[in-house]
Design a protein around this ligand. Sequence first.
Ligand code: XMP
Length: 517
Amino acid sequence: MTPLPESERVLIFDFGSQYGQLIARRVREQNVFCQIVRHDLSAARVAELKPRGLIFSGGPASVYAPGAPKCDPAVFDLGIPVLGICYGMQLACQILGGEVKPSAAREFGRAHCRVTDADGLFVGVPKDTVVWMSHGDQVQTVNGEFLPLAATDTCPVAAVRHRTRPVYGLQFHPEVSHTPQGGLILKNFLQQVCGCQGLWRMESFIERTVNDLRQRIGTHRVICGLSGGVDSSVTAALLVRAIGPQVACIFVDNGLLRQDESAEVERTFRDNFHADLHVVDARERFLKALAGVTDPQEKRRIIGHVFIDVFKDEARHIENARFLAQGTLYPDVIESGASVDGPAATIKTHHNVGGLPKDLGFDLIEPLKDLFKDEVRRVGLELGLPEPTVWRHPFPGPGLAVRCLGEVTAARLETLRQADAILLEELAQAGWYRQTAQAFAVLLPVQSVGVMGDGRTYENVIALRAVQTDDFMTADWSHLPYELLAQISTRIINCVSGVNRVVYDISSKPPATIEWE
Ligand code: XMP
């Protein structure tokens, strides 16, 4: 029998590092399943989870500071390999008998590292290699318990191995791209030290999840809210694969969608997947509720409420529905502090409009809650979702309402939708769509003067926004080629009636946000 991918589970102990998720990403890239857990997870719980290895993250504290996060020292007695990174290394060394001291100066940035012992972690790593340092304290001496494996000019113990236990430490950060051999070092830890084969594959994830879903759902029905975005589309596609017509997909057309979005969802889910798709035409209901409203937060509040009402009305028609499926991803789970074994840094401040309340009376199914976004995309492609769906930019729950500055009317939405469609089409054609994280048009609430023949016109202004970002918390504006901007502008002004001016937004976040409202 093939072993389960989870039999190669690696736990990442979170000591407050800004890089916890990055470590997890790097481990997953080696096809090893990993989870971020609390730094003080008990040794008994660790033993139950049967991980192949533990990685202690870095963290901002000094191991000597009062209240500095510690691990249960008994985890070292489980015989499970440990890799401590930065603070994690200092803590491991301190607990197991090394000496940690503040360094003369905080070290931050690139350093040249000389490998003195290539066994284990450094197999295949050049003797001289560049690493990324970011620390105040450092391990000073290793007191006979540990062997130094590498050094830099300022850090005599840049890497260590315990003499008798499978415990390793790195003073530098292998998870960041500034440590070019970092991926290899982590791979060595996972393969050479922990003995992982790399069993975590999207094909096996699908097979296993489909089986689990079938078992859990039995003969009941599941409701799945479809938004047209990647996460909900992949969730729906997985459920269709698992239980076919037992899943009812609800897609609410709120009239605030991008061009052809509703038709595309129908094509994919009804025509290709033969799903039980319920498209609710609620365009009028939303428009009515938004009439005369210009305040952005008020728009969000109204849209959120109407959405829940419309969704509930439709869900009532689905008999024998016991479960509600949601496209929650692993970063949402860790960021909201809801993971089984504890919170990592809580930084997410996203507006959760378009979401559903917890108390709808259904049991929740979240089949993607162990996956990162790029893994979700791989699952989507594997399940046969079309590329444009899999690579679609994120779209806010309140949709075009927060891009139609000022009052939201059917006519203004149509102007915006047409301009937006031209922008997206041109970006795709020029090969820029995938190079931007989000790109959209905004309809401004001002009229600008123009000239048409002999007369003056007062018409609408469209702002274009395109950004690069990894996490949507900070973002830079995309440096689109001038020719491309010119082409987009010309097409919008020629083809979208009522628009006589196009401007490009060159603000970064912060201080600007990605959306205009
Ligand atoms: P900002 O504008 O805050 O946007 O820089 C960051 C990300 O969040 C999205 N966004 C929203 N998503 N409901 C959502 O579901 C909202 O009300 C909302 N407002 C902004 C935005 O599109 C970007 O991806």
